[in-house]
Write a protein that binds this ligand. Structure first.
Ligand SMILES: [Zn+2]
Length: 217
C-alpha cells in the first residue's frame, strides 16, 4: 500500500462500472459508454446488509425443509440436505456426501459470515489489517464461482430420476429456499463495494500529519 499517493476519489475521478474508463464524476455519465458515474457503488452497504439478512433468513429453511421428494412404487420419501448427506454416507458414497456437505452447508455459511465480516469492517465495527480484508474479499469472490453447485446437483437428480411411474424425484420447498440463499448471497457479494474497506482504513490514517515511508510491495 502507498498511503501517501492521492486517491481518485480525492480528485473527483470515478471509474466507470461498465467499461472501466476513469473520468471526472461531475460529468455524471461516462464519456465513452454513457453509463452513470459513481465514486462508489450507490447504497452499497445498505443493499449488501439487506441481501445478507434475507439470505440468512432463508438459510435455515434451506437446510431444514426437504430439498427433494423421492416417490418409488407408491412410497414417498422427502429428504432434507442433511438426510441426503447421511444417506450417501451410509451407502459409503463418501465423496458425494462430502461434496453435498461442502457445497450446501459450508460454502453458503462461510460466504454469509465473510460478507458480514467485510460489512462490519467497512462500517468500522471490527478492525482487521488490509491484508486479511483483501484475502477475505478474494475468498468470497472465489466461493461465488461454486455457489450454484448444489442447485445443479438437485436439477441433475431430478432430470436423471424420471423413471415414469416407478420412481420420480421432485424438488421440495427446501430447494427453493436454497436457490434463494445462493442467488441472494451472489447479489450481496456483487453489491458490496470493496473500496469502502480501503476508504475506512484511509479515514483512520487521515489524522496522522507525517506521511509514512513508501512501502514497496
Ligand atoms: Zn463507461
Amino acid at each position: 500500500m502507498t498511503p501517501h499517493l492521492p486517491r481518485a476519489i480525492d480528485q473527483g475521478l470515478a471509474n466507470c462500472h461498465v467499461c472501466g474508463k476513469v473520468s471526472p464524476v461531475v460529468l455524471r455519465h461516462c464519456p465513452r459508454c454513457g453509463s452513470a458515474l459513481h465514486l462508489r457503488k450507490p447504497a452499497s452497504m445498505q443493499r449488501t446488509v439487506a441481501l445478507l439478512i434475507a439470505a440468512g433468513a432463508l438459510y435455515l429453511p434451506a437446510n431444514l425443509l426437504p430439498v427433494m421428494t423421492l416417490s418409488e412404487l407408491g412410497d414417498v420419501m422427502a429428504s432434507t440436505i442433511l438426510q441426503g448427506m447421511a444417506e450417501f454416507w451410509r451407502r459409503q458414497a463418501y465423496p458425494i456426501a462430502i461434496v453435498i456437505f461442502v457445497a450446501s452447508i459450508m460454502i453458503p455459511l462461510i460466504k454469509i459470515v465473510a460478507l458480514v465480516w467485510l460489512c462490519a469492517a467497512a462500517s468500522g465495527k471490527v478492525h482487521s489489517s488490509p491484508r486479511i480484508l483483501g484475502r477475505i474479499y478474494g475468498f468470497t469472490e472465489l466461493l461465488g464461482r461454486w455457489s450454484m453447485v448444489d442447485i445443479f446437483v438437485v436439477s441433475i437428480l431430478v432430470a436423471l430420476c424420471q423413471f415414469g411411474a416407478y420412481m420420480t424425484v421432485t424438488p421440495g420447498p427446501g430447494a427453493l429456499a436454497f436457490a434463494g440463499v445462493v442467488v441472494l448471497t451472489m447479489f450481496a457479494a456483487m453489491s458490496f463495494d470493496p473500496r469502502l474497506l480501503w476508504d475506512r482504513l484511509e479515514s483512520l490514517k487521515a489524522p496522522d500529519p507525517t506521511p509514512p515511508p513508501p512501502d514497496r510491495e
